[in-house]
Design a binder for this molecule. Structure first.
Ligand code: SF4
Length: 118
């Protein structure tokens, strides 16, 4: 069985093919133009991660919402839970871009930070 993954590490967007056995274990990797694509596609298959970008409620500022993001990718499987958690958060202005809103968000090691000033 083959699995195709578009490498997003650089603008070349290589179409990487993983050859998998019946258990989903990787037999071979092809289509990547450089070693970073191999590393990326293996991680994407075994433990995919995404940077969360969303908004939280804000009071005392010009805008009712503050854009936030995680300062590094978190496991893709946690994104739904992460969205539920951010829905509970209200920040108070003033806030500076880069301010940590939640440290070690969901015990991922990533901080939830402000994406702009408020
Ligand atoms: S495999 Fe290498 S060249 Fe291709 S998109 Fe990924 S990083 Fe870029």
């Amino acid at each position: 069985m083959n699995k195709s993954i578009i490498c997003t590490v650089c603008p070349m967007s290589c179409n990487v093919t993983l050859e998998l056995d019946d258990n989903g274990e990787i037999i071979s990797v092809s289509g990547n133009r450089c070693p970073r694509g191999k590393t990326y596609s293996i991680k994407e298959h075994t433990a995919p991660e995404r940077t969360l970008t969303t908004t939280v409620r804000a009071v005392g500022g010009v805008h009712p919402l503050l854009p936030v993001r995680t300062d590094k990718p978190i496991p893709k499987g946690l994104l739904l839970q992460a969205m539920k958690e951010t829905a509970k958060i209200t920040v108070k202005a003033p806030v500076k871009m880069g301010d940590v809103i939640v440290e070690n968000f969901l015990n991922t090691g990533a901080n939830l930070v402000a994406s702009r000033d408020l």
